[in-house]
Design a protein around this ligand. Sequence first.
Ligand code: G6P
Length: 616
Amino acid sequence: MCGIVGYIGKREAHSILINGLKRLEYRGYDSAGIVTIDTPSNSFTAFKKKGKVADLEKAISGKSSKGKIGIGHTRWATHGEPNDVNAHPHFSPSKKLAMIHNGIIENYSSIKKELISKGHKFDSETDTEVFIHFIEHIQQNNGCTLEEAVRLALTKVVGAYAIVILSKDQPDQLIAARKGSPLVIGIGKNKEEFFIASDATPIIEYTREVVYLNDEEIAVLRGNDIQIKSIKDIELTPYIQSLDIELEAIEKGGYDHYMLKEIFEQPRSIKDCMRGRVRLKEKKIVLGGIQKNIDNLINAKRIILIACGTSWHSGLVAEYIFEEFARIPVEVEYASEFRYRNPIINKGDIVIAISQSGETADTLAAMELAKRKGAINLGICNVVGSSIARLSDEGVYTHAGPEIGVASTKAFTAQLIVLTMMALKVARYKKTITEGHFEELLKELTLIPEKVRKVLELSTAIQKIAEIYKDATNFLYLGRGYNFPVALEGALKLKEISYIHAEGYPAAEMKHGPIALIDEEMPVVFIATRDSSYDKIVSNIQEVKARKGKVIAIVTEGDALLPKMVDYVIEVPNTSDALMPMVSVIPLQLLSYHIALMRGCNVDQPRNLAKSVTVE
Ligand code: G6P
């Protein structure tokens, strides 16, 4: 949450910062701001504005500075409502220091109290303003350098941060630090310029050489020098990596929205995820990323899957897959609950963290807890080099490509692929699956991209259904077995981007509550493909129809029964029960997209949400 950018070099910083903020806007869009240092006056030029980066850009129009160093921020509000004053950057009392911050300082109120008792006055309600006041206070009291003051302040603050600080007195220097919130430094040619950002997307059009800052590290960027120290004042050697992302991957490529592009990318992203891993000819699955722990997985007494949001739903599907094929008990945990309830971790337990961004604060903290308790941590992440990926003992990248739409789509299907590959690989080693069944599932996996492509062709038909139900105030999504988590995911997608209240439920549980909601106005989406619970779900559909509910059913191609019973059907190609979620979720993604669009919602940046939730 919150996106931060910084630049120091020979170019004008202004447009680099604004373009960078646009790329990071998925991280928060409550307000935006930038500050640059103008030479030769060494004065700050700052602009802050409530709303999106485009609002900031409009406010700046014609007034931009020519400074070659600056920082920028796009905010997802934590402390203080979204307005111009609470927007970052924030300034120290002398107005000589400016700071941007992603994260939360938990002990800010005690620091603030102390500073107020010493005469400090604050313009905003933010923890960030307290932070930068605190740094200047330390600098003045100790008569030390800014770098040292930052280091000392960091030893005192509790919480999460990625910060960048600009000083009028040192107009050729940027100081950055992180703990718990991500920060990447881009190294320009001959180290003549440096870029800083919350992720690599604002950087890759300038350079592929990057350094990921680790927790409790401080970077000082000056002229053509990058210096990294630990918070304990130990000098470290920057580890420069080369990134492998193409610019097109982070642009809309002709689609109206990132979400639509990402939905339509799924045949390719699923293929990319399996590439080199699902080897049909050799009849095997290769997952180099977890090779060292394969014996631990095979012998695991229990697997604990931890995740949040959509990633948690992919964990629920995986629970069914691991238990059915690998016969290992699985628990699926909300990371935010797991970390605060003293969970029992036994020797031989494997924890798998699932996260698109690899930065979700709760998932990260849950992993740290599991690690402390002796678990082996495996990670399934989409973002290469992300914090969760780096904290994992081993892991598998989903390779879905950058996902920018706030509502997760292609990351979900790629996570399902990875989890299925893992479960099948383990099942085969354990011999809990027959060779014949293994090969059959392997073959089916390779057919998924084409089946997904066929479902995407239904977009216009789904649009027509969306037109009919776009004004509904409630939706119910019901599924059984492998399609139960899909019902949860369908409801979440609709809520997230169209703001229609939607609930996902196991279809049989409907009788224990949600059935009371059903009337002639209530659309009920059944995911009723032809699997082992088909007959049961047909009965559940009858129960809804008997109460005059409106039923939209996702059915298997060729189903002769359900089209006669329900109001609208969406036919999807058949596949194995365990793989069906990758196919049956697609119409639900499209339905949410079309409904949200018709309701005039911003599908890529839904209100109050952010893509990368780096606060707990
Ligand atoms: C946010 C996003 C969701 C995502 C969830 C978990 O809520 O809006 O789309 O599923 O975080 O994120 P992660 O990056 O850990 O998968």
